[in-house]
Each structure stands twice: as structure tokens, then as C-alpha cells.
Design a protein around this ligand. Structure first.
Ligand SMILES: C[S@@+](CC[C@H](N)C(=O)[O-])C[C@H]1O[C@@H](n2cnc3c(N)ncnc32)[C@H](O)[C@@H]1O
Length: 227
């Protein structure tokens, strides 16, 4: 038996790390990768969007709320368990300051008046999502899976089971970037999730990504599931 076999109860404990990531996602990058804002614009009134593994820089959540204040936008991250620790709270505030510097006065006023974009955060893990079954209209995970998930079919499948559970029928899960091809363990697990009936479809597609820090584009992949 593989060492990764665990009971469901232990899924959460495994991934609650004692460190979280900083300001990684640029809002424009996440939008471009997922065509996110166009998809958000098309969601029905009051829909729920899950930013899974949302981290500390909540510009994407803020931008979605500005476009669609009617939406219920939720961030889930293992790191939010640490919100009471002053360093992490400080890190969140840094992200907010950075965000405010880049926006118009009227947008800033709107986000200060309605702070759900930075308070609608739930501590939880990809493998055991703390949301109700069939409650999510759109899910995305940027730079979370599989980079931060143990590279093992069983761990991927846990994540896929949970995404399937929380999505409404017909809703999409968008996962990127990742560097494994459709022939990889990741790709085979995606196919197995569809064959096993977790999703109607699942596609791994090339999605080259520009990395500003290194100044050029890398091969990367995106996975789209339809529930
Ligand atoms: C590279 S960061 C990306 C953060 C954000 N999505 C972005 O694009 O800036 C990875 C994030 O995933 C979170 N994470 C790692 N493993 C996780 C898990 N198993 N469940 C939930 N969140 C996880 C980390 O705490 C971190 O915030």
C-alpha cells in the first residue's frame, strides 16, 4: 500500500502547511490564462465563484467583485488557517496596499465600502473543500495544482473528486498553469476522472505562459473540466 493512502479525515491535516505564498498572481495574468473576466461576465446573477488556493494577493477577487458585485466570490486556501498570525495578516495587508496603488479612486472607494473580496476567505484544502455539494458555478485554481499537491494519482483524484462534488452540473473547473503533458500522470488522472464519471469532459491543453521574471514564454498546460 502506498504511503499516501490515508483516511478521508486526514486529508486536511496533511496539507495545512505552516507557510503560505506571497503576491504571486498578477490579476491580468490570471485573467489571460483563464479568460476569466469574460467567463465571470457571463455567469448568472448571484453565482458563486471559487478561487481555490487563492493565496494572499487578492487582486483577482477584487477585480471580479468590481465587475460583478452580485457574485459570491470565495477564496479557499490552506494558508488561511494562519490568518491570526500577525506576519500573515501583514502579508495580506501588503497585497491590499499594492492593489490599491494600481486602481482608480472610485474603485478603491467601492472596495473599501464592500470588503467581501478580502474577507470571504475560508481555510481549507483542495482535497477536502469546505463548501457544500453542488454550490459552485465556476472554480479556478491558479498555480495551485499540481504544483502544491503531492504528485501522485491518488492525491490528484482526491482534488478532482472534491471539485466534482462542489461544482453545479455544467459548471467548469479551470486549473493552470501546470507543466505536465496529456501523457503524464496528471493527464492520465484527468482522463480517469472523466471515465469515472466525475466530469462530463476534461481537457489538458497547451497554454504557453509568459514569465516576466525570466523574460520569456514557457510551455505550460491548462486543464478544463466540465461537470
Ligand atoms: C503558488 S501559490 C498561488 C496562489 C494564488 N492562486 C496565485 O496565483 O497567486 C499556491 C497557493 O496554494 C495554497 N495551497 C497549497 N496546497 C494547497 C492545498 N492542498 N489546498 C489548498 N491550498 C493549497 C498555498 O497556501 C498557496 O497560497
Amino acid at each position: 500500500m502506498s504511503s499516501i493512502e490515508r483516511t478521508d479525515e486526514s486529508r486536511a491535516d496533511l496539507w495545512f502547511a505552516d507557510q503560505t505564498w506571497g503576491s504571486y498572481a498578477r490579476t491580468e495574468q490570471v485573467d489571460k490564462t483563464f479568460d476569466l473576466f469574460d467567463r465571470v461576465d457571463r455567469l448568472p446573477q448571484g453565482a458563486t465563484v471559487l478561487n481555490l488556493g487563492s493565496g494572499w494577493f487578492l487582486g483577482v477577487n477584487a477585480a471580479m467583485q468590481l465587475r460583478r458585485p452580485d457574485l459570491n466570490i470565495i477564496g479557499v486556501d490552506s494558508g488561511y488557517r494562519l490568518l491570526s498570525i500577525s506576519d500573515e495578516a501583514h502579508a495580506l495587508d501588503e497585497g491590499v496596499r499594492e492593489l490599491y496603488e494600481t486602481m482608480s479612486e472610485s474603485d478603491r472607494t467601492a472596495l473599501e465600502a464592500d470588503q467581501r473580496w478580502r474577507t470571504n476567505l475560508v481555510a481549507g484544502v483542495v482535497e477536502q473543500i469546505p463548501l457544500a455539494t453542488g454550490s459552485v458555478d465556476l472554480l479556478f485554481a491558479h498555480a495551485v495544482i499540481p504544483e502544491n499537491t503531492e504528485p501522485h494519482e491518488r492525491a490528484f483524484m482526491w482534488a478532482f473528486e472534491e471539485m466534482s462534488r462542489v461544482l453545479k452540473p455544467g459548471a467548469q473547473a479551470l486549473l493552470a498553469p501546470h507543466w505536465d503533458t496529456p501523457d503524464s500522470v496528471w493527464g492520465r488522472t484527468v482522463a480517469a476522472a472523466v471515465e469515472g464519471g466525475l466530469f462530463d469532459s476534461g481537457e489538458v491543453s497547451e497554454n504557453p505562459i509568459y514569465i516576466p521574471e525570466i523574460g520569456h514564454t514557457l510551455d505550460a498546460y491548462m486543464t478544463t473540466f466540465v461537470r
